[in-house]
Design a protein around this ligand. Structure first.
Ligand SMILES: NC(=O)c1ccc[n+]([C@@H]2O[C@H](COP(=O)([O-])OP(=O)(O)OC[C@H]3O[C@@H](n4cnc5c(N)ncnc54)[C@H](O)[C@@H]3O)[C@@H](O)[C@H]2O)c1
Length: 278
């Protein structure tokens, strides 16, 4: 997809961080944008901010881990702007803890927000993108979807899932309908509030997380790494460029190519290698 002017983009998890940067960049490219998030007040702030800059945007509150809310988002986007060309499945949460510490509810929450949401998004939006005649789907995974790190099991599983899902989607689209592109975004560290994901549990109807030793260690290690990460606007620029070039992989940190190389080398030597993904 080359021409963004007047086209329509939908972005989930758009009230903050990477989603807000991506929605903003789509608007700057001349697109009409539907911003979606679970937090109504934060979403209103993001939408108002973009409207004040003269952009044609609207907000739809949705918990992406609920299929009916993703379907409603698709219906509302169509109602607002008459078509959808780009969907950025971006909302995500992170919960740290070992397999022994984490509850089943932790697993269901993280897999619901990070992985099932993308499945729901593909089901609800692909027919709309096809109807629009051309478009692109960007799914946010992580470097944690390319290389596992201990202590964030549900996150690793969800992000490996998003990578596999998007690979499959792209292969099927290339075969059947090359006018629709698909890319998987695998960010390294980006300066956002991802390490404060527990703030999103209550709105999704999830009980507060049980504090664990691993979570404390993870926060003290990952917090500063995320804080020192790149700005979300840099990620947004990479997304737009990948859509224009129809690139499949969006790796925000070139040094991760080395980590992936070590993973493959480890695989060939029958060794397990650990990584760190945000
Ligand atoms: N920041 C990083 O270093 C990094 C690295 C790799 C991948 N990612 C991924 O990037 C994506 C965006 O995260 P971010 O870093 O901007 O974090 P963030 O916490 O700043 O933003 C996440 C957004 O998702 C929203 N959200 C949470 N639960 C939701 C739900 N159930 N339904 C709808 N919206 C919900 C939040 O309100 C928030 O606006 C996530 O998928 C995350 O896993 C981030």
């Amino acid at each position: 997809m080359q021409n963004f002017e007047g086209r329509v983009a939908v972005v989930t998890g758009a009230a903050n961080g990477i989603g807000l940067a991506s929605a903003t960049r789509f608007a700057e490219e001349g697109m009409r944008v539907v911003l979606s998030d679970i937090h109504a007040q934060e979403l209103d702030g993001a939408v108002q901010g973009l409207r004040e800059r003269g952009y044609e945007v609207t907000g739809v509150v949705a918990d992406v881990s609920k299929v009916d809310q993703v379907e409603n988002l698709a219906a509302r986007a169509l109602e607002a702007f008459g078509a959808v060309h780009i969907l950025h499945n971006n909302a995500g949460v992170l919960r740290a803890g070992t397999m022994e510490e984490l509850t089943l509810e932790d697993w269901q929450w993280v897999l619901g927000v990070n992985l099932w949401s993308v499945i729901y998004g593909i089901k609800a939006f692909l027919p709309l993108i096809r109807q629009a005649g051309e478009g692109h789907m960007v799914n946010t995974a992580s470097t944690a979807g390319l290389q596992a790190t201990g202590g964030i099991g549900p996150y690793n599983v969800s992000k490996f899932g998003v990578v596999g899902l998007t690979e499959t989607l792209r292969l099927e689209l290339d075969e059947g309908d090359p006018t629709i592109g698909a890319s998987v975004l695998c960010p390294g560290s980006v300066r956002t509030r991802i390490c404060e994901s527990d703030r999103n549990r209550e709105a999704a109807g999830v009980a507060p997380g049980v504090p664990s030793a691993t979570e404390e260690v993870f926060r003290s290690f990952a917090g500063p790494v995320i804080e020192a990460g790149i700005d979300p606007t840099e990620v947004a620029a990479m997304i737009v460029s990948a859509i224009r070039n129809n690139d499949f992989w969006i790796l925000t940190h070139p040094q991760w190519k080395e980590v992936i190389h070590d993973r493959v080398a480890g695989l060939q030597r029958n060794q397990l290698v650990s990584g760190f993904g945000g």
